[in-house]
Ligand binder design. Structure first.
Ligand code: ZN
Ligand code: ZN
Length: 348
């Protein structure tokens, strides 16, 4: 099969490799689409602390079941359209023993520590494979993983009906965080984002988008929240100005969720946290339950048609163009998600 192999940092080679052999608790998936993630860029550059080479990257993928034990997994017959939750937990550490397997001390991911979805086939533990309904297009299904991130982020925030929500950073993850916040009952979702093309997409989804380079965000927030500040602020940019604005624009007793990776020692306005009694929480990946619920939510969104989910995808590339796609993301030129297309998709 064809696979894009990260042979060493900053080098991806298209190789012919054997189709993975599966054990009885595994499922072989023929990939139809795979999303390129910010963390793939991180891995490519060699900046991920635990990533290994050589590896086939890619942890956001959708496809069809090619092979699985139908005695053990009768719902995974050949051809079934599926997505998969890509976490690999050790099952033995303190976090795993307490049932928090998604924050396992030795957490590994398909596509970072073992072979992932930038190949024609991927093998996945069968228990992690989730069938999808036909209401969901292949391209929308490829967004299940980032949506699961957003689903967990919103659960960490405990978003309530009527909340006014600020998303700092409107890249691909920020956009889905905002959509899930709205689905979770938020009355208003405001984005701050520097890239005007991204702001245009954000506004096309019916959200308010503010460019901090051209608009006084403090004044805007004041007016948007009747002077109270936002109930929930999602810091998705990972930038220093973003972090400082997150605590500043959050209301008294509000919640700030840290999602973006800000580098090693960012500055935080601790006095905001103390004086306003802010709840500042982290968010890491998702649970298997989150992932399953996310698929149902995406199916519901697809049926409602309230958001054109495919508009979150700004570019489509072939597997041969993966490295070029990563370079595009390094230059920050992509408006939304870049998908790798394996040329197998259903007609839409
Ligand atoms: Zn991802
Ligand atoms: Zn563990």
């Amino acid at each position: 099969m064809k696979a894009a192999v990260l042979t060493e940092w900053q080098r991806i080679e298209l190789q012919e490799v054997p189709v993975p052999e599966i054990g009885e608790d595994e499922c072989l998936i023929e990939v139809t689409y795979a999303g390129v993630c910010g963390s793939d860029v991180h891995i490519y550059k060699g900046h991920h602390p635990t990533a290994v080479t050589p590896v086939i990257p890619g942890h956001e993928f959708t496809g069809r079941v090619a092979k699985a034990s139908t005695d053990l997994y009768p719902h995974l017959t050949a051809g079934t359209r599926v997505v998969a939750e890509p976490l690999i937990s050790c099952g033995e550490c303190a976090a795993c023993l307490e049932g928090h397997v998604h924050v396992c001390r030795r957490l590994k991911l398909l596509g970072i520590h073992t072979d992932g979805g930038f190949a024609q086939y991927i093998k996945v533990p069968a228990a992690k494979v989730i069938p999808i309904s036909d209401v969901l297009s292949d391209r929308a299904a490829a967004l299940a993983e980032p949506f699961a991130v957003a689903f967990h982020v919103n659960r960490q925030a405990e978003v309530r009906h009527g909340d006014r929500v600020l998303v700092v950073g409107g890249g691909p993850i920020g956009m889905v965080v905002g959509i899930v916040a709205k689905q979770s009952g938020a009355a208003k979702v405001v984005f701050t984002e520097l890239n005007e093309d991204r702001l245009a997409v954000i506004r096309s989804f019916g959200f308010e988008g503010v460019n901090p380079q051209t608009t006084d965000v403090n004044a805007y927030a004041e007016q948007a929240t009747d002077g109270a500040g936002f109930d929930v602020v999602f810091e998705v940019s990972g930038s220093q100005p973003g972090l400082l604005s997150a605590t500043k624009l959050c209301k008294i007793k509000g919640t700030v969720v840290l999602v973006g990776f800000p580098g090693r020692r960012p500055e935080l306005e601790v006095m905001d946290i103390i004086f306003k009694e802010l709840r500042v929480v982290g968010s890491r990946v998702y649970t298997l339950q989150d992932f399953k619920k996310t698929v149902r939510m995406l199916e519901e969104l697809a049926v409602e048609g309230r958001y054109r989910l495919e508009a979150l995808v700004s570019d489509t590339r072939s597997l041969e163009q993966l490295e070029e796609a990563i370079q595009t993301m390094i230059r920050g030129e992509n408006t939304g998600k870049i998908l790798i297309d394996y040329g197998l998709a259903q007609p839409e």
